[in-house]
Write a protein that binds this ligand. Sequence first.
Ligand code: PEP
Length: 245
Amino acid sequence: MDQKNPIIVANWKMYKTDLDAKVYLQEFFELLPKTSARVLIAPPFTTIRDVVKSRQYIEVGAQNVHEESVGAFTGEISAMMLRSISASFVICGHSERRRLFNDTEERVHLKLKQILLNGLLPILCVGETVSEREAGQTEKVLTRQIESALFRLRPSNLILAYEPVWAIGTGKTATPEMAADVHGFCRDLLKKLWGDVKVPILYGGSVTPETATALAAKPEIDGALVGGASLDAAKFVQIIKGFTS
Ligand code: PEP
């Protein structure tokens, strides 16, 4: 990890109204007026604009995007719309989207393309289920997810997030050693695909203030994607401090 500039992403999922977000940010910036970490927050669509306005050093992005640029897709949001409200990144391929909303590998690839076409930074999430891990399939699954998402693409700007499905929202964190092993594997794979490009690799899956420091100590881990614990400003600040101290 770049010890001085870890990347810490908050995924608020379907939590927080505008008012909740205002209260949160006030507390957050009071507790952490500045940091050497790169902090990114992905609020729900309805709150992105307000979080963008109130931002100091944080980057603000979206949790999802539609795979087409425009069209009769009731209820959907395009990458261009996100860009027009100054979102700067989009989470793509999150396991909740893959599992609950039919974000297939093909759709993840198309979404990634839209994100890049619109000059936004993609945070590509990959990870194996518990049965895939137990069957010794982790590397195979990750290879498939990474290669399909990036098929014929070579983004100059990309963040990869390793999020084992069994660790998301379950309270079960991968040990720092397990995460570091998988990060090493992903880094080698990217090197094979693209040569020596710099892609930060974050760990996600029940990261808490208690587990942050040990994860941060692993040089293979460039930061964290945090769901549940990022909903509490004080906990999120502690996680950031755990990665920067
Ligand atoms: C996530 O939503 O990407 C995530 C890692 O969630 P949690 O931290 O709650 O496991």
